[in-house]
Each structure stands twice: as structure tokens, then as C-alpha cells.
Design a protein around this ligand. Structure first.
Ligand code: PLP
Length: 387
């Protein structure tokens, strides 16, 4: 009989996310845990958004939509999605099942087998996973120093005619850094010189602490080699609704829409109606959530600053802090393991975000301030024990 071939080499090449592994391990823990590993808002979706979704369901908006998404939603994205004025909703935006699918479609559309994808690390693990899923080769480039700045020289040394994509997250998960717009512009120029695309993942771009929002479109505008990923997940506390978008030049978006048509067809109709309400509706609920994030960000930065043996760049955006715990002499996995087993606090090991993150752990402050405080107390107790 024919031999069963087993799963593909491609699927085997992809690692599981170390964040999810910690999450699963924590599920076996019997006791009071402080969850600081979670990468999603702790808030419920604002009421007016939920209502819009419920009304859409009741009104029978339960069928497929256009593959690229409801035109009304694409128009709302063009108006309120921080893209600037140049994006045409009819041709330059495809609505996806979250930012994750937007990113995946971007990779499928511009990365051929064997092409290189440059990823400054520490970075969100799915960039490497998705690169492998489309047959590309991840080229990680370490961000420099304790502040995790982009080093243009290293990007310049790494980029070549084999590069088809450079991926930047702004603000960054896990470091909370917001790269200087002029540097991003220079990387866009480098990408263009090598016929590569620059993808800027902006899913955290309204959760920022020094401006109202940051958007690369404000600096670069629309460009033939610029792709932008964004979503409703983080900004509107809508992770489970699964609405995101990819914006870019018409030729890329039309191909991405074709691939989307053949994989998921469209994002949920009900969720797309909720997303219109999110983008066009009152801004007050978002402002209130952002105030809470700011309060927690300040608390984390103050506490970390006052502790021995740990430091982090002050997060400028997102809801993460990337704690440098290299003074402990332990690996990220060891630190996360001991924090979990001995102190009941769940963190994401920094090495899961690339080798440059070893000796670091990521904490998320998408948890209420008392739990964040409690988590920091436990981290302090751990440091007192090991240092
Ligand atoms: N990009 C980054 C940097 C993220 O951290 C996440 C989620 O954690 C996403 C994209 C995808 O989010 P979603 O698919 O919910 O929009």
C-alpha cells in the first residue's frame, strides 16, 4: 500500500509561539496567577460597537460580503484608519480576518519561494512563522542596544536583491518602541532600491503615549512599495471580531483580494458592520481605554525604574514592556518558568521574539492596575531571590 507521507516539511518548519506555550502551561497551574502574558485588551468591546454587530445579525447581514469587504467599511477605513488621503477604498484596501490575515496575504502576494524577508528582532513571532508558511526565508536583524533602535547599517548590509519584503511593527510588540519616522522612510527607500516592499504593521498605532496616533502614511504617503497592516483588534478591544485590513498599491491589493477570495472569502459580515461603527462612532470609549493604558504604562515604567536587576525602554506605544533581566544570568525560558512556578506570574519569554530577546521577558499591561502591581511585586520577589 502507498506510504502515508506525513505532514509537509513546510508545516514542520514553523515553531509554536512561545507565548501560547506559556499560556498552555499556565492552564495547568493550580493557584492564583497574575496574567501578564496576554496580548489583547482586557476591556470589553464598547457597547455601541456590540450593538451595531447585534443589529446587523438581526437584520440578516449574515451572508458573504464582497471579497474585499463592504465598500462602506473600506470607505470608513480610508477616512479613519490613519492612512492619509491617498488610499482609494475601491482599489487600495482589502478587509481581512484580523491583522494576521492581512499580514499573511501580504506575504503570499509579494514573497516567492526562497525570497528573503527581513525582520528586525525582537519582533512578534508570527512574522517568522508566516514567512516560512509562504516558503520565504526569514532574515532576522537584531535591533541595537538596550533601546531597541533600528540600525540602518545592519538593514543595509542585509538587504539584497533576494529580499522581497522588510517588516516593521510601529509601535513595536514586544518593545513598545516607536521607530523614528525618518528612519522608516530611509528603510522604505532602501526597499525601493532593491525592488522590495516595506510592510508596516500598525495594529498598535492608536495606543501611543506621546501623540494621538502614529501613522507611516503621514510621512511617506502612498507609495508603490509600501504595504500597511492594521486592524480593529487592539484599538477598539475587538480581538474576537476578526476585522483587519491590508492597504497598498492597487496591483498588490487586487492579487491579495484574489488570494483572500480563495482562502477565507471575506471577513464576517456582522463583524464588518461592527467595524464600521467602531471607526465612525464616538471616540470616547477608545480615549477611556487609552487613559487606562497610560496609567498602567506609567506605573510599570516607575516600578521597573526603581527595581534592581531589571530595566526596560519606557514603552512609547502598545501595551507591552520588554524587561531586560539578563543580570539574573538565566535564559528567558528559565526566568518565565520560575516566575510561573515559584511566583505565580505568567510572562512571555523574550527569546520567543527572536534570539535578540534572550534574557528578556515581555509583560503586558492589558490587565487591571491592581493585577499589574501584584505582578510587579512578584517579579520583585523573584529578583530578590535570584540576585
Ligand atoms: N501584529 C502584531 C504586532 C500583533 O501583536 C498582533 C496580535 O497580537 C497582530 C498583528 C494581529 O492581530 P489581529 O489579527 O487580532 O488583528
Amino acid at each position: 500500500p502507498p506510504q502515508y507521507r506525513g505532514v509537509s516539511a513546510r508545516s514542520r518548519s514553523v515553531d509554536r509561539s512561545s507565548i501560547r506555550i506559556m499560556f498552555d502551561r499556565a492552564a495547568d497551574y493550580d493557584g492564583d496567577l497574575v496574567h501578564l502574558e496576554i496580548g489583547e485588551p482586557d476591556f470589553d468591546t464598547p457597547e455601541h460597537i456590540v450593538q451595531a454587530g447585534a443589529q446587523a445579525a438581526e437584520a440578516g447581514k449574515t451572508d458573504y460580503t464582497a471579497n474585499a469587504g463592504l465598500l462602506n467599511l473600506r470607505e470608513a477605513i480610508a477616512r479613519h484608519g490613519k492612512l492619509g488621503a491617498d488610499y482609494n477604498p475601491a482599489t487600495d484596501i482589502v478587509v481581512t480576518n484580523g491583522g494576521m490575515e492581512a499580514l499573511y496575504l501580504a506575504m503570499l502576494t509579494v514573497v516567492d519561494s526562497g525570497d528573503e524577508v527581513i525582520i528586525p528582532t525582537p519582533a512578534w513571532p508570527s512574522y517568522q512563522a508566516q514567512t516560512k508558511m509562504v516558503g520565504g526565508v526569514p532574515k532576522t536583524v537584531p535591533l541595537s542596544g538596550g533601546s531597541f533602535e533600528i540600525d540602518l547599517d545592519t538593514i543595509e548590509e542585509t538587504i539584497s536583491d533576494d529580499t522581497s519584503l522588510v517588516v516593521l511593527t510601529r509601535p513595536s510588540n514586544p518593545t513598545g518602541r516607536i521607530y523614528d519616522a525618518s528612519k522608516v522612510e530611509q528603510i522604505a527607500d532602501l526597499a525601493e532600491e532593491h525592488d522590495a516592499y516595506l510592510l508596516v504593521d500598525e495594529v498598535y498605532n492608536t495606543i501611543v503615549y506621546d501623540d494621538e496616533s502614529v501613522a507611516i502614511a503621514d510621512t511617506i504617503g502612498k507609495a508603490d512599495h509600501l504595504l500597511i497592516v492594521n486592524s480593529c483588534s487592539k484599538r477598539f478591544a475587538m480581538t474576537g471580531w476578526r476585522v483587519g485590513w491590508l492597504a497598498g498599491p492597487e496591483d498588490v491589493i487586487s492579487q491579495a483580494t484574489k488570494l483572500h477570495e480563495n482562502t477565507t472569502a471575506c471577513a464576517s459580515n456582522v463583524s464588518q458592520h461592527a467595524a464600521i461603527a467602531a471607526l465612525e462612532g464616538p471616540k470616547e470609549p477608545v480615549r477611556r481605554m487609552n487613559e487606562k493604558y497610560r496609567e498602567r504604562r506609567d506605573r510599570v515604567a516607575d516600578r521597573v525604574d526603581s527595581l534592581q536587576g531589571v530595566s526596560c525602554p519606557v514603552p512609547e506605544g502598545s501595551f507591552y514592556a520588554f524587561l531586560d533581566m539578563r543580570d539574573t544570568g538565566l535564559s528567558s525560558e528559565e526566568i518565565s518558568e520560575r516566575l510561573l512556578l515559584d511566583h505565580g506570574v505568567v510572562t512571555a519569554p523574550g527569546s520567543g521574539f527572536g534570539d535578540a530577546g534572550d534574557g528578556f521577558v515581555r509583560i503586558s499591561f492589558a490587565n487591571n492596575i491592581n493585577r499589574v502591581n501584584e505582578g510587579l511585586d512578584r517579579i520583585e520577589a523573584f529578583l530578590n531571590e535570584v540576585l
